[in-house]
Design a protein around this ligand. Structure first.
Ligand code: ADP
Ligand code: ADP
Ligand code: MG
Length: 666
């Protein structure tokens, strides 16, 4: 086994690898960018090396600098995590040339699976079923349209170099073929530097079922069963589970066998995933699944497989990379219970899943394990007070639950999500929570269109209920007795409060909420909103928990006051209220009002603003893209656009001026 390894990644996956290495007595070296100097992966590692500025191209993608860091610190091997350099065969070759071990497959295996067209052709040779389609080199649109006719619509056009759901176009009818083909080519070229596309049949009621495989350097390859990742949004995974609902044992065996064949065909070593698309219109069937692509790395959703197999996949990766044989064979493996994973992101779901940024002033998760299997497991690389910066993927945490059966595990997921409290950035927790209660999902009727089909029912934009507003209003005045409150003190307060009426002012969703509050006795208040008045009792239970009584209706609520912010959490939903700063002026328009600056480095992908255009506050002016994120930049106020300083395709940095508005008439 290695004495020391370097982890060429950040965030939760870097932390997760470090924790397993530590358990195995392997020392760890972290690498970090400017933005990550204070981050959790740096503090968990035994050593850390700074590798550059915040943008990934200048830090986490700097192969040579990372390899030098490994050499300088005496690390013998490099774990790439996922993303970044994990599927870059040139990096793997460089690591080897430097005399270091890459913890992952050989470069040749990554090469073989790197492009979707070549991978499919290879799988056809290996006897693995692939989605019917055309994956040859002819890119003539007329020829391809004829191929599409042969396959039969609907069809999917995929950029062969694509990933993360990018460069894919669904085409419903022949008339749309050419436009969509051009769009897919453009996306392939701009995102992956390769315009070549393949076309394939769009499988009806698609289910994404993937097989975890593992190979060693002695020619052994096994599979660790399947994961169902059908809950997707725009071809990206949202909730994953293992095993797959209603998986007949014969189909599991056939799919497992096909995945093992695929891995063997390319001499695979280490952890990998073979992704299949299955026709779910009539249950999973033998002959009803097809190879889509292979991911030659550890996957984000690997913890669900760890839960049902009892294995530590990172420990296995290290052992296999060090030359050990797999410590088991296929027949030793079995499935224990059911597991789900939900990915918590900083994103604004009602606004079209727009990535969000912010400082996570409050972060609380349910009790459980971290980075190892447990009934509730939270894997996160973020701590309270950390920033979600615009430089990286805005994932906050993965919530993994493991129960004896699907129904129990799904209930555990709902419960765990309700205890994930994040204040300081908008998150998708309420959406995940609604999804975990979706009737079709509960019944195991999953397909990749479920989220899009039922999106409206999964998004709750209703305003906070009266009891939540009442509680926040009372709290904003500092009137709630504290847990450790000295009874004399509260008595003093009570006397002091008794004949006073206070006005509370908070801001929720840019709306000012004003309430008159009249204390009745300790923890009891009359809350008036115009002519309506209601009586609220509020008792601090423990930690962030309060018991509320609004006109006799009781409930439990979590409340947190952080500086001028109040966060309320209930049943998976969260609400934030700001207490306006009386000292702050309203000079908003002074500068920020006339100019739009880039809030982060990135590429301008869409420019909808035109000089002379009259805009309303909040109108979308630009879309800026960085990593997997798209940010809409909006008009700061009503007015007329004076000048647009960027074009689509331009790379901008933090603070660059993008647009100027005409000065406002006095
Ligand atoms: P999968 O679930 O198949 O592992 P994802 O949809 O999560 O893939 O991710 C798509 C791509 O983005 C993958 O290449 C993955 O490695 C990368 N990725 C996802 N999250 C992160 C992250 N936090 N940091 C770096 N890369 C990431
Ligand atoms: P990526 O590299 O972006 O992960 P994939 O080829 O794995 O690309 O496809 C991503 C997603 O697109 C799949 O998980 C699935 O939901 C959908 N998809 C891909 N191919 C098909 C197909 N032939 N029919 C229906 N859906 C598909
Ligand atoms: Mg995929």
């Amino acid at each position: 086994m290695f004495d020391k390894i370097l982890i060429a990644n950040r965030g939760e996956i870097a932390c997760r690898v470090i924790m397993t290495a530590r358990k195995m007595g392997v020392r760890t070296v972290a690498v970090y960018s400017d933005a990550d100097a204070q981050s959790q992966h740096v503090s968990l590692a035994d050593e850390a090396v700074h590798i550059g500025p915040s943008p990934v191209a200048e830090s986490y993608l700097q192969a040579d600098r990372i390899i030098q860091a490994a050499l300088d610190t005496g690390a013998q091997a490099i774990h790439p995590g996922y993303g970044f350099l994990s599927e870059n065969p040139d990096f793997v070759r460089k690591v080897g040339a430097a005399g270091l071990t890459f913890i992952g497959p050989p470069a040749s295996a990554i090469d073989a699976m790197g492009l979707k067209d070549a991978a499919k052709s290879l799988m056809v040779e290996a006897g693995v079923p692939v989605v019917p389609g055309y994956q040859g080199s002819n890119q003539d649109p007329v020829f391809l349209a004829a191929e599409a006719d042969k396959i039969g619509y609907p069809i999917l056009i995929k950029a062969r170099a694509g990933g993360g759901g990018k460069g894919m176009r669904l085409v419903e009818k022949p008339a749309d073929f050419e436009t969509e083909f051009e769009a897919a080519q453009r996306e392939g070229q701009s995102s992956f530097g390769d315009p070549i596309c393949l076309i394939e049949k769009y499988i009806a009621q698609p289910r994404h079922v993937e097989i975890q495989v593992f190979g060693d350097q002695h020619g052994n390859v096994v599979h660790l069963f399947e994961r169902d990742c059908s809950l997707q949004r725009r071809y990206q995974k949202v909730i994953e589970e293992a095993p797959a609902p209603d998986m007949p044992p014969a189909v599991r065996a056939a799919m497992g066998q096909a995945a093992v064949e695929a891995a063997k065909a390319i001499g695979y070593v280490g952890a990998g995933t073979v992704e299949f698309i299955a026709d779910g219109s009539d249950g999973l069937k033998e002959g009803g699944f097809w190879f889509m692509e292979m991911n030659t790395r550890l996957q984000v959703e690997h913890p669900v497989t760890e839960a049902i197999t009892g294995l530590d996949l990172v420990a296995l990766q290290l052992r296999v990379a060090a030359g050990d044989a797999l410590p088991f064979c296929q027949d030793d493996l079995s499935i224990d219970g059911w597991a789900f994973e939900a990915r918590i992101y900083a994103e604004d779901v009602p606004k079209g899943f727009l990535p969000a940024i912010g400082t996570l002033n409050h972060l609380a998760f349910p009790a459980g394990t971290t980075f190892e299997t447990g009934s509730v497991r939270i894997d996160s690389g973020i701590r309270s007070g950390d920033d979600i910066s615009p430089f990286y993927d805005p994932m906050i945490a993965k919530v993994i639950v493991h129960g004896p059966d699907r129904r129990t595990a799904l209930k555990m997921l709902t419960a765990a999500l309700a205890q994930c409290h994040v204040g300081g950035a908008t998150t998708n927790i309420a959406f995940l929570s609604a999804l975990s209660k979706h009737a079709g999902f509960q019944a195991g009727n999953v397909d990749t269109n479920l989220i899009a089909r039922d999106l409206d029912g999964l998004i709750d934009t209703t305003a906070p209920a009266d009891h939540i507003i009442a509680a926040a209003s009372v709290l904003s005045l500092g009137l709630v007795p504290t847990e450790t409150g000295d009874p004399w003190q509260s008595l003093a307060n009570w006397r002091h409060w008794s004949n006073a009426t206070y006005t509370s002012r908070t801001v929720h969703d840019a709306e000012v909420i004003s309430r008159k509050i009249e204390p009745l006795s300790e923890g009891r208040f009359v809350v008036c909103n115009g002519d309506t008045s209601r009586t609220i009792g509020i008792i601090h239970k423990a930690g962030t928990q309060y018991t509320l009584d609004l006109d006799g209706v009781q409930s439990t609520l979590d409340l947190v006051v952080q500086g001028r912010s109040i966060f309320a959490f209930q049943d998976g939903r969260s609400f934030s209220f700001e207490i306006p700063d009386p000292l702050a002026g309203h000079s908003e328009g002074a500068d920020g009002g006339d100019n739009v600056f880039a809030p982060m480095p990135g590429m301008v992908t869409i420019v909808s603003a035109k000089p002379g255009q009259s805009v309303t506050e909040g109108d979308s002016l630009f879309v800026l893209e960085a990593m997997k994120m798209e940010h809409a930049l909006r008009a700061p106020r009503d007015g007329i656009v004076a000048e647009v300083l960027v074009q689509p395709g331009m790379q901008v940095v933090d603070g660059d001026l993008l647009l100027q508005m005409e000065p406002e008439d006095e």
